[in-house]
Write a protein that binds this ligand. Sequence first.
Ligand SMILES: Nc1ncnc2c1ncn2[C@@H]1O[C@H](COP(=O)(O)OP(=O)(O)OP(=O)(O)O)[C@@H](O)[C@H]1O
Length: 636
Amino acid sequence: MSYPRGKRWLEVLYFVKFGIMILERVIVFYAPMQTERVIRAFSQTGQAADGSPVLTKFDMASIVSYVVYDYLKRYSNVLTSLSAVVTSPVDDYARNSMALRFFEHVHGLSMEYHLNAKSGETMPVLRSGEDSVIHITDTLLYQILPSTLDVILSLAYFWFAWGWKYGLVIVVNIAIYMVMNKYVTRRRIDTWSDFSDYSHKATSRATDSLQNFETVKHFTNEVFEVDRYRAGLVGYSKMSLRATIEDSLLTMPRGLIWSWNLFIGCALCATEIAQGKRDASSFMTFVLHSKQLEDPVDTFGWVFSMIEREFKCIEQLFNILEAEPTVKDIPNAPPLVTKNGDIEFEDVGFQYSPDKKGLSNISFKVPQGSTVGIVGPTGGGKSTLLKLMFRLWDPTSGRILIDGQDISKVTQTSVRQQIGVVPQDTTLLDESILYNIGYARPSATRAEIEDAAKAAQIHDNIMAFEKGYDTSVGERGAKLSGGERQRIGIARVVLKQPSIILLDEATSALDSATESDIQMALNAVTKNRTTFVVAHRLSTVMHADLILCIKDGRIVERGTHEELIQRAVENSGEGEYYKMWRIQSGENKSSGSSTVGDDEPDCSIPMMKPDALTKADPNLPTTPKKAVEETTNVEE
Ligand SMILES: Nc1ncnc2c1ncn2[C@@H]1O[C@H](COP(=O)(O)OP(=O)(O)OP(=O)(O)O)[C@@H](O)[C@H]1O
């Protein structure tokens, strides 16, 4: 339990608890002495006239103090309960502040950590780690400290009041006990470590399969998942049984050591009584005092094994706590100040890992308000480019500048505040639709949220739900369609009102008609804002001010749609963009919207005619639907 520094009333409670603990020690120490006092009081007999023994003095005080101490000691749990009440707020404060610190730390870690971590394991590890930290600090303060005081008091008492021989017997026995305990603890710790691993694995398997229930259903793998979970539980049970058996077997010799201690001490005491050096009452005191030592020394036994076990949990917690964010702010980094929203990539290179190249030599510059289309084959590095802008990773070489400021030299938060992202797959929190849209700006009013939903063309759909905006979206938004999730993602960006917008296949889950409507909404949102649009459907980006074609992490072509097509036409049909355009035109044709020849690319097809293509006004982006229509009309 950590000290509640700065919280005055909690500090007071902390010291009250300490006071109670010291009071308990005094009671525990004096209780056995009362027995001796009573025996001694009633041993002071004289002789009656008939020669029978009579009490010379009836010592009521000794009886009363014996009973009072006995009560206090046996019911010292009264004090313990009192101290529990006193410390409950202190413990809660410690637990909550620690839980918050850990949670904050995990949220502060970079994308890389979250991609590698098993989310099902993180929370159990955090929880058991917190419990362990509280448990250990509580144990140190309220188990080890009192037990140590009990042992020191008893030892000092025997050594000085009874003589060094008694002290030595006790010291030797405690030493033997501790050595044996060390062996026992070491033996058990491996078992407990395996036990804890099995426990976390079983929980993580269950969580993982429940989170991916849809995949389980797709492949009818319910039985497989139950079997997998059962295997985890069986392993866990085996470990638990092994730990319990080891516990029982290894605790038996401990009892033997105490009996041996009692035997030697009793023999010594009996010898001295026989020699007339002590009276019989002292025998009772010795027995009670040395039995009283068992509890604190036993505490050392289980406490150390417990601590080692808890350390295993803490070790897993530390693995998380030691994880450093891979993307860090430089010391005293200033916030990003956006003036225009000009963006420049200066020879940017990035590697996910030494053997995994992400991007190479990416250089381009766009002024504020531009729309940049990013196209290219799958796995080429399009999303990676957006992630670098959002500072989910920092470039390994080169610089990304927003309004002339290197984004790696300003705070991550300020960069992210200026950027709105609609990802490929918008994930939602298991809350209402209202909450999920409002997540973009928690201070937004209901009216603002509804306006954002209207702009994203989802308001009517939401109103058609029985509970409207209060409809729960399910885990990760599973109760909504992909298109609805995407529109909520767009509504979020509308609500956020960022200076820069990143659309990563933001309309891929929509049908052409809805995409057309949304595109209009997006045009309104992206107007005068620098926008990056990653798209496989070229009609989505054909009116962009700049199109970057990215393949194998490099920009292989750049220009406007017209320039790219023109260049390919002049270059005997060579060109990545042109190839994609042709394939997609073919798709259009096969769906009946085009009459482009089936086999060979026909450079004379009207959609590729520069004059026809340049008809499009880059400042007034046509909707995709319109774009498709344009291509077919041109052909006709
Ligand atoms: N976190 C990661 N760790 C390692 N490699 C990654 C990571 N994320 C992406 N990659 C790899 O980087 C390459 C580029 O991925 P990216 O997602 O940028 O491609 P993309 O062009 O957006 O693809 P798509 O069109 O399929 O979305 C891929 O080979 C991918 O496997």
